[in-house]
Design a binder for this molecule. Structure first.
Ligand SMILES: NC(=O)c1ccc[n+]([C@@H]2O[C@H](COP(=O)([O-])OP(=O)(O)OC[C@H]3O[C@@H](n4cnc5c(N)ncnc54)[C@H](O)[C@@H]3O)[C@@H](O)[C@H]2O)c1
Length: 280
């Protein structure tokens, strides 16, 4: 495997591009328009600069990694890739439409993966002519820091696709857990309802955002509080995941907190918009 295509140059797509390029792979990073692609590459460049100043990479390694990333707003340029990772907005219609296009573009032998946080890998795989080549490759934020990739097999995923995906995750320095397809998979099934409960606690006025986060850091030994983590994930993405859990399990216990919906309606999306439960 030599060339990785990534669709979506937001916080996740950019992070995945960075770890692939620092591992020596060529990357084609796609987004909706030139400006979005440029923003993604600027973020990667800044991140590589920080790695150099912290001694985590030499400046030659950083330059080499940046040179291996080609930005493109033209999806058909992904024709060259051996594996394409869909990392676009957490919206099932957006993903289904993109996957149909990707299926027609990438070579028949190439793998197509999704970085979805919650949507059924089996459902997304069914949009492809050959779903055996489809798999979930769920990275965590921030990608260069977080060690895990959750690898999710859809009902149709082949052993060859699974083995090649595990090999790629190892090559880019990640640890894997293999999980069955189910809404939210394993980590987000546990994590996102906990964050949602923290929003209910805030909404009910039991404590302020800083106190809730401090409580979970000092009392439960979490490295970051649940509301700060929601701001990091993005409140739109957090809400989208709760909506998938609520709809797909058909269980009231997964209802999204009204305050979370209202924050998203207001455009308070967390770090990426500068305002979430905390201000950035
Ligand atoms: N944020 C997290 O912590 C996290 C963690 C794991 C997985 N994910 C998943 O990763 C995916 C991306 O999340 P993100 O946090 O990077 O979101 P983001 O909002 O930072 O970026 C999404 C990007 O996708 C682009 N996009 C939308 N439609 C597109 C299309 N048709 N073609 C090309 N690009 C398109 C947008 O322009 C945007 O740049 C989502 O599925 C999300 O659930 C997010």
């Amino acid at each position: 495997m030599q060339t990785i295509g990534i669709v979506g140059a937001g916080q996740m797509g950019s992070g995945i591009a960075l770890v692939c390029a620092t591992a020596g792979l060529n990357v084609i990073l796609n987004d909706l328009d030139e400006r979005a692609v440029e923003r993604g590459i600027e973020g990667i460049s800044a991140n590589l600069g920080r790695m150099v100043s912290k001694g985590k990479a030499t400046s030659d390694e950083a330059t080499g990694a940046l040179e291996r990333i080609k930005g493109s707003a033209v999806l058909t340029e992904l024709v060259e890739c051996d594996l394409a990772i869909e990392a676009a907005t957490e919206n099932v219609q957006v993903k289904e439409e993109l996957l149909r296009k990707l299926d027609a573009i990438v070579q028949p032998g190439a793998i197509i993966a999704t970085n979805t946080s919650s949507v059924s890998v089996t459902r997304l795989g069914a949009t492809l002519a050959d779903p055996r080549r489809f798999i979930g490759m769920h990275f965590f934020n921030p990608v260069p820091v977080m060690a895990l990739v959750e690898v999710i097999r859809g009902l149709q995923t082949s052993d060859a696709t699974f083995d090649a995906t595990i090999a790629l995750a190892k090559r880019i320095g990640k640890s894997t857990i293999c999980v069955k397809n189910s809404p939210g998979f394993v980590v987000n099934r546990i994590l996102i309802p906990m964050i949602n409960e923290a929003v209910f606690v805030l909404q009910e006025g039991l404590a302020g955002a800083a106190e809730i986060d401090e409580g979970m850091k000092l009392g439960a030994n979490h490295p970051i509080g649940p509301l700060a983590l929601a701001d990091l994930i993005g409140l739109d993405t957090t809400l989208a995941i709760m909506n998938v859990l609520y709809r797909d399990f058909n269980e009231p216990k997964y209802r999204p907190a009204p305050l979370l919906k209202e924050m998203v309606d207001a455009g308070y999306l967390g770090r990426k918009s500068g305002q979430g439960f905390h201000t950035y």
